[in-house]
Each structure stands twice: as C-alpha cells, then as structure tokens.
Design a protein. Sequence first.
Length: 73
Amino acid sequence: MVPSAVTPPMPDAPPPPPTSLHDELTHLLNMHSAENGSNTPDFLLSQYLVSCLALFDFIVNERTKWHGSSGQE
C-alpha cells in the first residue's frame, strides 16, 4: 500500500476577469465600496450606469440625426 501524499491547501485563486462592462463596473464599485453611500447593491448601480451610457449614446445619435449628417450645429 502506497501512503497517500498530503496535498497542501491551495491558495485562493483570484476571481476570473470580468467579462462585460457591467461585470467590470460591478467589481470596481464593490472593490471601492462605492455602493455604501446609497446602500444600493453594486450590481444594481452597475446596471444603472450601463443604462445611462446606452441612453446617452441614443441621445447623441438622435441629436446628430436632428442636426443632419454634416454634424454641424
């Protein structure tokens, strides 16, 4: 019978890299405890910020269409 080798405990592996803007924002908000001021979960704040960016992009495109394709105001 071969004695079993004692396996040392593995150190905690770092979390996998975030895979989306939402995931990265959630991670950053959590890392900096930025959610503490409003007592809102970090994933909800991240969702809000991503939604704000999407709305901003939409409004900028609408403004561009309103001004015409020349881009001049």
